[in-house]
Write a protein that binds this ligand. Sequence first.
Ligand SMILES: *Cc1c(COP(=O)(O)O)cnc(C)c1O
Length: 397
Amino acid sequence: MRTGAMRVAEISLPAIRRNVARIRDLTGGAVIVVVKAGGYGHGAAHAAAAAVEGGAAMVATADLEEALALREAGIDAPILCWLHGPRTDFAAGVREGIELAVNNLEQLDGIAAAAELAGRPATVQLKIDTGLSRNGIARDRWDDVFARAAELQRSGRILVRGVFSHLANAGAENDSAQAAVFDEAIERLRRQGVDPEMRHLAASAATLSSPHLHYNTVRVGVAAYGLSPFADKTSAQLGLEPAMTLRSEIVALRAVPAGTGVSYGYNHVCETATTLALVPMGYADGMPRALNGAGAWVTVAGEHRPIVGRIGMDQFIVDVGPLAGRLALGEPVVLFGDPERGNPPVEIWAGLMRTINYEIVVGIGPRVVRVAVDEEPAVGEDSEAGQVGASDEEPAG
Ligand SMILES: *Cc1c(COP(=O)(O)O)cnc(C)c1O
């Protein structure tokens, strides 16, 4: 653990690269990796860099502010953002070469005006509402918006690079109905003379389950971080590796007699004499307080040990009973990570909380230091040895 930090979310960059490469192999088209909300809590800038190294053609955020922050952090790959407010600074987006989604005529005109101001064309992607009822160009406005987009493209003020939509994940039949609406939008756009390079509908769920919805591009978030978008399939079953390992450490150990009450409210009382370990993570760090008494566990010295007593804002307690003799202060505690490496999967927390893995990882708090690790195994030694052997010519008998 670096820098003495007591709370670390270790982010495996090789895992992100391999997840993105796997999605690329699976779909054969372009991959856009969504790094909104701080890369789903993983850290947007290093997640974006790893995604690009893994073969992503583009990264995406919700807000323009997030996209601009990525540029500032040195990400020079194409960036798309789609959620704008009435005061979003499109001119800053155009200046920084951010691709802007268009959800209505007002946004299209605002972006065109920004392009004029910046003295360079704006690159846009048209977002179509195919049934989510959230954002995107409503069907009764398609003709207006598409005609204006065509006109602005002809005059060189904008380039329409993509057209996309988002699924409601309301079952296969609804997915197909949305795809049919999407096809119709693409066709109507073509009739206006606009034929965008990128067409994308599938997020992680459709990418992993529905090849007929891949079009020529997919747009994935959670799968890139190695998490399953499905309640009934694990990461490993999908060939994905969870990239985040949430770690802390033991900062106090105390032997206690039977009958000892633990933490606020004493709603856990030790049945036997045991040893309690104090871990400095709490609900301020995104650890749900309702895990209290729910049967959640952590990994300590390779063993699964239960969380006991109420979780505080900054700390919680683990009953380390039989391990006590083997533990010292500073012993690592893993809260969740890759189950293939013996760590609790984040889905345990999500299940106990009746929520989805997305909400847990994105809710990891700001006190937790994100440490990107790049532990790709070195392959240099073997190939070097091979080269030495090959150039080391033995005189033939
Ligand atoms: C968040 C988001 C995604 C990514 O969804 P995942 O389920 O994480 O793959 C894709 N598209 C849009 C529009 C989104 O808002």
